[in-house]
Design a protein around this ligand. Structure first.
Ligand SMILES: Cc1ncc(COP(=O)(O)O)c(C=O)c1O
Length: 412
């Protein structure tokens, strides 16, 4: 055994002896971040249950969601207020429901239900968000991975595939601070996506703007208006926009949004009218009372940043000091994740080694359709939830596991 191997094996044994119990898996806000929205627990408060128009929000009705809340997020998401619905607590549920509706009924402009489309498939830029892929897998939609090139969309491949295959009806897209790479689309990329000719007339971009206001630096870019770009390109119905307050206020007790062209909104409302007589408007009112206006959201997000920025900085610093020259990683300017690429073939071994010493890391491959990272290279790191001290120990331990996995591989 080489000296390096011996040193790494003994570092690993020391870590094992510590009986660690650390978790780097899910991108959840930390308790300190949740405390920022503490006021929600007592709002709207005794006797406060009417909107500005005087409507009693305790009752059924208001299928579009509270106008005051939609106005706030209309400004932040850059979507006209009458093209933005405020719904339940999870944008993933809307994505799932939109796809189920498309499978059963088609979307506006479809010739029939998507389930009847031969070779029904979605394009999946990778690495991407595991839960997007889980929806497709659960609903039997074939996924076509499109690897990003130097962190950017491979537009040539995307254009070629959608132009040739009418079975491709959708593409997942996280336009800002993507999960897990942290990259944001440029105006040129967005214009290419709304302009590209598609063999399917009812092709949709599943535009998940989950991190639109989640900046990590002083640069706070405004959202690029995909609906206006699509309108200008003559494809107004192409984008379905999703967002939520999950990582603004409370995941699980926040508000989710759906934005789209007028005809898509009409399509969505036609189908949701069968499901529900209206969303939880009291929760929406609670949010209006706490957030106030778009500037209130921006202020809140800066308070989030003050908590999470040091965590991201610590992750990057430890990666730099321990894995420089061995692995590469992203330096996100927003969002919730750092994406680490280790030498090919080492990711699952490193994650398994981490698991054996009590450091839970998202399974290698989860950022790929069917959990299949063909190069076994990508590891997603979620820095927000653990305490700073736990995070630092966990990343340091993960680095040891990566180095040990690489060392063992080269010894084979
Ligand atoms: C890209 C992306 N979209 C959606 C979600 C979940 O959103 P919601 O809580 O609104 O369902 C997440 C959570 O990690 C995410 O990373």
């Amino acid at each position: 055994m080489s000296e390096i191997s011996t040193a790494l094996e003994s570092q690993y044994a020391e870590l094992r002896a510590k009986n660690l119990s650390l978790d780097l898996t899910r991108g959840k806000p930390s308790p300190a971040q949740l405390d920022l929205s503490h006021a929600l627990l007592t709002l709207p408060g005794e006797g406060d249950y009417r909107d500005a128009a005087g409507t009693d929000l305790r009752n059924y009705g208001g299928p579009d969601g509270l106008i005051e809340l939609r106005q706030i997020f209309s400004e932040l998401l850059v979507i006209p207020v009458d093209q933005l619905l405020a719904a339940g607590n999870a944008s993933l549920a809307i994505m799932h429901d939109v796809i189920v509706t498309a499978l059963l009924h088609g979307v506006s402009g479809s010739v029939g239900p998507w389930r009847d489309a031969p070779g029904l498939s979605f394009l999946c830029p990778v690495p991407g968000y595991d839960r997007h892929f889980a929806i497709c897998e659960a609903l039997g939609i074939r996924m076509i991975p499109v690897p990003c090139v130097d962190g950017r969309l491979d537009l040539d491949t995307i254009r070629r595939l959608v132009a040739a295959d009418a079975g491709i009806r959708g593409m997942w897209a996280v336009p800002m601070y993507a999960n897990p790479t942290g990259t944001s689309f440029s105006v040129e990329e967005i214009e290419a996506l709304v302009r590209m000719p598609t063999a399917a007339p009812d092709f949709r971009l599943f535009w998940d703007n989950a991190y639109a206001v989640h900046h990590l630096t002083d640069d706070e870019p405004v959202v690029i208006d995909v609906l206006a770009a699509a309108e200008a390109a003559g494809t107004p119905d192409r984008p379905f926009v999703f967002a939520s307050t999950s990582k603004i206020t409370y995941p699980g007790a926040g508000i989710a949004f759906f934005g789209a062209s007028p005809s898509n909104i009409a399509w969505r409302k036609h189908h949701t009218a069968v499901q529900t007589i209206g969303p939880d408007k009291i929760n929406q009112l609670r949010h209006v009372r706490m957030l106030g206006d778009a500037e209130g959201v921006r202020r809140l997000m800066r308070a989030h940043r003050a908590i999470v920025e040091p965590r991201f900085a610590a992750v990057l610093e430890i990666l730099e000091s321990r894995l420089s020259g061995v692995a590469t990683w992203t330096t996100p300017t927003g969002g919730y994740f750092v994406s680490l690429d280790v030498p090919h073939g080492a990711a699952s071994a490193a994650v398994a080694l981490a698991g054996q010493i009590g450091v839970a890391v998202t399974p290698a491959g989860s950022s790929f359709p069917y959990g299949d990272d063909p190069d076994d290279t990508n590891i997603r790191i979620a820095p927000t939830f653990p305490s700073q001290a736990d995070l630092e120990s966990a990343i340091d331990a993960l680095c040891t596991c990566v180095l040990l996995a690489v060392e063992r591989m080269s010894a084979e």
